[in-house]
Design a protein around this ligand. Structure first.
Ligand code: G3I
Length: 340
């Protein structure tokens, strides 16, 4: 049967997954890489291109992990997404920022650090990375306001951070898709989505170069077909985003089955139902470019550590089990691409 790469290509789209280097990681598992080879026409760095990995100190760049992943994608002739040139949650900044001396002109030094980082990392993978998450998670999910970060404090506003980051990325990489990436949570009504929309509208109004919204899509299997998602509010948000002229990318899809029944057949069936409902809605948007899962195989998924099940069972958040066999979630993804 056709692969997800073939099925997505039939829709003019791409299917892919996150991959990660390091001890015990997916990149060292040849069975996992074979799944990528068979099923994916794009991949993304789960951790290797974050400041934490690539910028261990202010004057040092370590490209080892990023180079390995990008070279793999080149060898396999698949696309590659960069994640992320800046993660605006300050708990995700490398620890050296805690004591960094921004000097007599902190705004100038913050701009220098930020533009240096984006132009250096961007240029390193020019022509090899076709889509970058330029900024990740700049909005506080609790109230929709901008987060506060070392860069936003020193530059005076998050708007300044966004504009400098995206303009530097565009100047360095004129032909690369530039993405703002966020998870649009549902815990506090519409606050998170309203904040993301304000961010995007502001960028468009100011003429900042942005091409797409990255919709992470960590779907919580809660109440109803769409889990915690209010379908009407979600469609309204997507309509507003696409009305701005932006494309959509599903950047980190998985299903959080924390509260689903233990029985595997029952659970897998429900996970497939959530997948069908969510991807069916998203594929209604012609602006949707790519669909990437945040991992393919259960045991490597970040979901095993995030909100673990109270019964201690392994979560089944990804389309392949630990024997590399497709689950009903896989069939649901395939069917979503096949549907007209
Ligand atoms: O590599 C070290 C290892 O050497 C060390 O022994 C171990 C001990 O904690 O840590 C390892 O690093 C961990 C890394 O994952 C690699 O496994 C970090 O602690 C851990 O914080 C890191 O978690 C990642 C997380 O982002 C934070 O960067 C997850 O793998 C990754 O899936 C997750 O991805 C995020 C996206 O970037 C943004 N959207 C949400 C998504 C889920 O949180």
């Amino acid at each position: 049967s056709p692969s997800l790469a073939e099925l997505s290509a039939g829709k003019g789209m791409r299917f892919g997954t996150a991959i990660n280097t390091g001890t015990g990681s997916t990149f060292n598992d040849n069975n996992y890489l074979n799944l990528v080879r068979e099923e994916c026409n794009v991949a993304v760095a789960e951790n290797d291109l974050k400041w934490q990995a690539i910028r261990p100190s202010p004057d040092m760049f370590t490209f080892t992990g990023g180079d390995a992943l990008v070279n793999f994608a080149q060898t396999e002739n698949i696309g590659f997404r960069g994640h992320t040139l800046l993660w605006e949650d300050e708990t995700r900044y490398p620890s050296w920022f805690d004591t960094y001396d921004f000097g007599a002109d902190p705004a100038m030094e913050a701009e220098r650090l930020l533009t240096e980082h984006i132009s250096t990392v961007g240029a390193r993978y020019q022509g090899q990375i076709d889509s970058w998450d330029v900024v990740n998670e700049a909005v506080n999910p609790g109230n929709g306001a901008y987060r506060s970060s070392p860069f936003s404090r020193n530059l005076g506003s998050m708007e300044a951070v966004l504009d400098i980051a995206f303009q530097t990325a565009r100047d360095t990489l004129p032909n690369t898709q530039l993405v703002y990436n966020d998870f649009m949570s549902w815990g506090t009504g519409n606050a998170h989505r309203d904040g993301v929309l304000t961010l995007l509208e502001g960028m468009i109004t100011r003429g900042a170069p942005i091409d797409a919204l990255g919709v992470q899509s960590h779907i919580f299997a809660g109440t109803g077909n769409f889990g915690g998602i209010d379908e009407a509010a979600w469609r309204s948000f997507l309509n507003d985003v696409t009305s701005l002229g932006l494309d959509l990318v599903i950047t980190e899809f998985d299903i959080n089955d924390q509260n689903l029944p233990a029985d595997i057949a029952t659970r897998d069936g429900l996970i497939a139902d959530y997948t069908t409902a969510y991807l069916g809605l998203m594929l209604e948007y012609s602006q949707l470019r790519d669909v990437l899962c945040w991992g393919l195989v259960h045991r490597y998924s970040w979901m095993q550590n995030f909100q673990p099940r109270s019964d201690g069972l392994q979560k089944r958040s990804t389309p392949f089990d630990d024997s590399y066999q497709p689950t009903p979630m896989y069939d649901a993804i395939a069917a979503a691409f096949e549907a007209t």
